[in-house]
Design a protein. Sequence first.
Length: 268
Amino acid sequence: MYPITRVSPILLAVASISIVMVSTASAQWRITRPGSYKMSSDRNIGKGDGIIITAQNVTLDLNGFTVSANTRGTGRGIVVENARNVKIHGGIITGFNTNVDLVDSQNVSVYGLQISGDGLAPSGGPTEIGIRLINSWGSHIQNNSISSVNLGIFVRGARSTGNRITQNVVVGGSTAANNLLGICYNPEGGTAGPEGPRGDAIYNNHIARFGYAVAVSDQSISNMFTENTLASFIGAFREQQNFVIQGGTNVEIDNTSVIIPSTNLERP
């Protein structure tokens, strides 16, 4: 098990690993070789992204420590990019625009994290996202606690497929108007075309205090939402027409939903 430590802006090579601290305009730490890594202290990120993983076969244990954004609602906390067979677990990530980001990656497990935002107001879109998957497949998002973000779990792109999202608790923040969606499925955006994710299993999650618990775009197809508990301000599923019950291809079975008042709460 190799510690992640702050180093001067040069390559630190220890056995089979390398960690690079790059300029503050980009990531503070990069993991570029296989191995098991364990954090040894909290990390406060001044600007940009926190930790970027681009290697295969990596386990990152936050070891109960915190990765936080100094400028709230900016950057990304932990990024997995063009990688496969990665595990991330066991700590706190807070205050980023996107707290965990999986991009063009395969077979990534994200579990046992506490992720929180500040309940910031959206600005032309979400300013705080819990976990995002972009064109990533075969991944497992399980047993995470996500709170006070605009958007809890965001899955994008036609190459996002075969993911399991299960046993997460996703709760909006104290200001009801800032809480957009618990889980959202939609296209990658830009010039990528309208196709969205397909073939994911989303089950046994608890989602509360969002306008809608779930949103699924027209061309996000054949995803399965089962046995979730959904407590929202407006309704459980925003686009009912995209589900089998109304002629669509997505499935929702045995979900339990209630409407709750859109009251504001005092932050602890």
